[in-house]
Design a protein. Structure first.
Length: 131
């Protein structure tokens, strides 16, 4: 199953990293990327756009990434969206998984690893909204 045309939400506070991830996903996988500068914007975009996958920085400015994940998991409109944490530490990885992330991407990441993980999650069958 192809991933081209699917939508990925990227929530990352560092504009350089956010823009790099966006450009890489769009050019390598042909996905549409919507970008958020922080947690509150990420939650709003997830609710309005309903992306096929979300990448959330775990230690972003408040609300922290783990708080964003918890909000997404509690909301029937967003709970089925797979979420990958972007994290710099084992502690962040553990907190992200406990908060409900499906997986984590260690930062700094290898581009091939990020693309493979994103592609794998996008290829899974979609969970119906509100499921």
């Amino acid at each position: 199953m192809g991933v081209q045309g699917k939508t990925v939400l990227v929530s990352e506070s560092d504009p350089g990293i956010r823009e790099f991830i966006q450009a890489a996903l769009e050019s390598a996988l042909g996905v549409r990327v919507v970008a958020a500068r922080g947690g509150e914007e990420a939650v709003q975009l997830a609710r309005s756009v309903h992306p096929d996958l979300s990448l959330v920085e775990v230690w972003a400015r408040p609300p922290r990434g783990v708080d964003v994940v918890r909000q997404l998991r509690l909301d029937p409109a967003t709970r089925g969206i797979p979420v990958l944490a972007l994290t710099y530490s084992d502690e962040g990885r553990s907190a992200a998984l406990q908060a409900g992330c499906d997986d984590a991407v260690s930062m700094p990441f290898q581009l091939e690893d990020l693309l493979e993980k994103v592609q794998r999650y996008l290829a899974k069958p979609a969970v119906p909204v509100g499921a």
